[in-house]
Each structure stands twice: as C-alpha cells, then as structure tokens.
Design a protein around this ligand. Structure first.
Ligand code: GLC
Length: 433
C-alpha cells in the first residue's frame, strides 16, 4: 500500500527493547479448539466477557468465531465504558465485593500490578502449562505487561501505540516537529471543509496521561527512571508540557477539546472535520469504513511529531484476564486462550485494526491488507520503543496526580513548572506510603 511506504517510525528508544526479538514466523501449535477432553458432550455454560466500547464491531466477530469452535460455551458480551478509568472503577467495585458477574475481562496494560496484588485476577500459569501455550510467540513487552511477581495474570489481546493521522487531500507532508504541527495546523485549518487543525485527547482521564507521557518523552522527560526514582520535575517535562498547553490552548483545536477522549477524536476525524489527529492504531479501520467515514482514501499515518529528542509514542494495550471469582474458570480460560491466539487476534486485526501481539501475524497477508501500519516493518520496531507508563500497584494514584496537575496547566490555573514540582512531590509521597 502507498501509505505504508510513507510511514517511517523512529520512536524514542526506551524500554521494551526486547519486544521485537525473534520477530518472524512460527508454527501455530497452540490449541485454540478446546482441550479435547470431551468438550462436545459438555454441559452448556454461559460466560460473560466484558470489554470497552468497540466501535469497529470486531469483538462480536471474535465471539461468533469462538462460539462456533466451542458449541457448549455461550459468551455474553458486556460492553463497558470507553473510558479506561471508568472501566477500572467498575471492575474494582465488582471484584472487591467478590462478584462473579463477569468471567473474562479485558484489562488495560496499566492494571496488571494492581489487580494481581488485590487478588482480583486468576493466575493463568497452570492453564498455560497444561495447554502448552507458547508465550514466546508473542512480543515480549505485552507478555511482561501481564506478568507480576513472577506470575502470569493476563495474556495479551492486542497492543497499542499512538500515531499521527493526516489528510492527504490537504497535505503530503505531515509535520516533523511539534512546532511544525502548530504552524501547519493553524495554516491548514479550514481546507477541504475542515473545522479544526488538530484533534487529540485532552480530557481529564487516562488518555490525557498517555498524550502527556509521549509529548514529554519527545523532549526527554520521564516520570520514573529505571530504578523507580521519580524524575518528573525536569526541564524536559516542563518543555513538553508547555508545548501540550500551547496546542490545547490554540485556535486550531475544537473549543471543547478538554472534553475530548478517543471517541470524540474519532468522530471528528471520520466526519472530515480535522486536518490532523492523534489516535491509536484502530482509527485506520474507522478511517477506511465506507459506511461511517467521510475521509476514505484521504488518510495516511505517520509517527507523532518530534520534540528535541525525537518522536515518542505511549505504549498501551489490553490484556485478557479471568475474574478470580468466576464460577466457570475452565470455560473462561478457553476464551482467554482464544483471544490471545493467532486466530483470535487475527479477527481483531483484520476487522478492527488492533495490533496483534502474535508476531507471526505481521507476515499474514490479510493482516497486512487490513492496515498500512501492519505491513510496515518499522511499525513493529515502533512498538518496541513505545514509552510505557509506570508499572506499579498504585498506578491509579500516580495517574490521578498526573491527570489533575496536567489539567490545571491546560486550563491555565498553574504553570508547567508548578505542575512538574507538584507531580514530583505527590508521586514521591504516594510511592513512599
Ligand atoms: C488505549 C490504550 C490504553 C490506554 C487508553 C487511554 O485504550 O490501549 O492502554 O490506557 O487508551 O485512553
């Protein structure tokens, strides 16, 4: 695809360097067809699978395929809010009261440590061993994201990295730096009926943390160092945050940008309202959707604009987990196994442009045809250098501190310097408790 050639991804080198190791084909020896222990005669069981709003419809296709392969397991789909923070809070309410209402759920990569420590999730090690699941068929980063305290609590459903979407009917040259973005978004706003130069996620929620983490990283700023020391109060963080505030405060973003999450971004984008956008990989699929999109054929994807240190993308993604209080752990495991399998991930990649963690899928012609990013070898490298958020059982506290302090800068209540100082002391205190 044309687009693929243009996508060159040089993400900031950070951790997860091992993600692409041994990338390539491999035999699919995982058994996704059930355990073969008389499943055909088994009693019918209904399990509930909860996952956040999926505008691409790919989750339902996965469920159909799973039910076909497992006639005795019915899967009831529970749609959770799109906002990961709201989902998180609902699960915490459910699991802390030991509710069994959900059997399998998709957890954000940032939840594993907390959910493992709180004993909300079921360890998967015995299932993995019994079924001979080869974890090394996946990128290492997402596998590690499901591991805490030496145990595997989750298997990856898909991995996320953020990208820069641009309208090819308006420009052939996406901005190389954040300063270029500010210039071009201002100059091109209004072309081809657009209302906005740029859309991103600036609401006070987890998505803001990812936008913040990547823009500060593009200037060399990080929350923690390798030894978990808090290093957020740095000139690099301040520079990145000031740039974010400049963008959010500009005339080329929607007036209500402080309410924008991914869904608002996607809606504005597919309606043809914006020249540029920041979003995860799935927006490839919506951009190309004849039924929903006004911009079919006019969208290409590039790395996010660079700061002084280069371009950086936040690392995201979702992990299949079993509720510790599920009354159907065996059937729940069958679904988890399927979601993480080559077959399950292929459906999500082809129908929903969600990036697989099974390495072999990047050589699959259908996956390559589904999204320009997946056909580009640089994409895989980009994933390996995406910037993770702090791994901690108190991640929600850290995130809330960042959300509040960054938002106060975006609404003009404090300077980036003050925010960096506040985040430093508050995160230090939270981690010391
Ligand atoms: C995406 C990412 C997830 C992140 C969220 C923020 O869903 O996969 O990791 O927390 O966006 O909105």
């Amino acid at each position: 695809m044309e687009v693929a050639k243009k996508v060159t991804l040089f993400f900031l080198l950070f951790v997860f360097a091992s993600l692409i190791m041994a990338c390539g084909g491999g035999d699919n020896t995982e058994n996704t067809e059930g355990t073969g222990n008389g499943e055909e005669n088994a009693e019918e069981v209904t399990i509930v699978y909860a996952t956040g709003v999926d505008t691409t419809g790919s989750t339902l296709k996965q469920i159909e395929a799973f039910e076909e392969a497992h006639p005795h397991i019915n899967v009831e789909y529970r749609e959770m809010p799109a906002d990961t923070g709201q989902q998180h809070d609902q699960y915490v309410t459910m699991f802390s009261s030991q509710s069994s209402e959900v059997d399998v759920f998709n957890g954000d990569v940032i939840w594993t440590a907390e959910f493992a420590q709180a004993n909300y999730a079921l360890e998967l090690d015995r299932f993995i061993a019994a079924d001979g699941i080869e974890l090394d068929r996946h990128f290492d980063g997402p596998i590690q994201a499901g591991n805490f305290d030496g145990k595997q609590w989750a298997l990856p459903a898909y991995v996320n990295a953020s990208f820069f979407y641009y309208r090819t009917d308006i420009t052939d040259t996406p901005p190389a730096t954040w300063d270029d973005l500010i210039e071009q978004a201002g100059a091109l706003q209004g072309e081809e009926g657009t209302e906005f130069g740029y859309v991103l996620q600036a609401a006070q929620y987890e998505g803001l943390v990812t936008n913040f983490i990547e823009i500060i990283a593009s200037y060399g700023g990080y929350v923690l160092d390798e030894d978990n020391n808090v290093i957020i109060n740095s000139p690099e963080t301040i520079k990145g945050l000031e740039k974010l505030a400049e963008i959010v405060g500009s005339d080329f973003v929607p007036g209500n940008i402080l309410n924008f999450q991914e869904i608002e971004t996607e809606n504005a984008w597919i309606a043809g309202d914006a020249v540029f956008a920041r979003n995860w990989t799935y927006m490839q699929s919506s951009s190309d959707d004849d039924e929903r999109s006004e911009v079919v054929g006019n969208v290409e994807i590039a790395p996010l604009p660079a700061g002084d240190e280069g371009t950086a993308s936040a690392l995201g993604g979702w992990m299949a987990m079993i509720n510790r209080y599920s009354e159907h752990p065996e059937e729940a495991w069958e679904l988890v196994k399927f979601l993480a399998s080559e077959e399950g991930q292929k459906i999500l990649a082809v129908e929903g442009a969600r990036a697989p963690t099974v390495k072999a899928l990047y050589d699959d012609a259908d996956v390559q045809a589904a999204g320009p990013l997946f056909a580009n070898p640089d994409f895989v490298e980009g994933l390996s250098t995406a910037v993770p958020r702090p791994v901690s059982p108190i991640y929600p506290e850290i995130s809330e501190i960042i959300q509040i302090e960054v938002s106060r800068v975006l609404v003009g209540e404090q300077t980036a310097e003050q925010a960096a100082e506040n985040m430093q002391s508050q995160i230090e205190n939270a981690m010391a408790d």
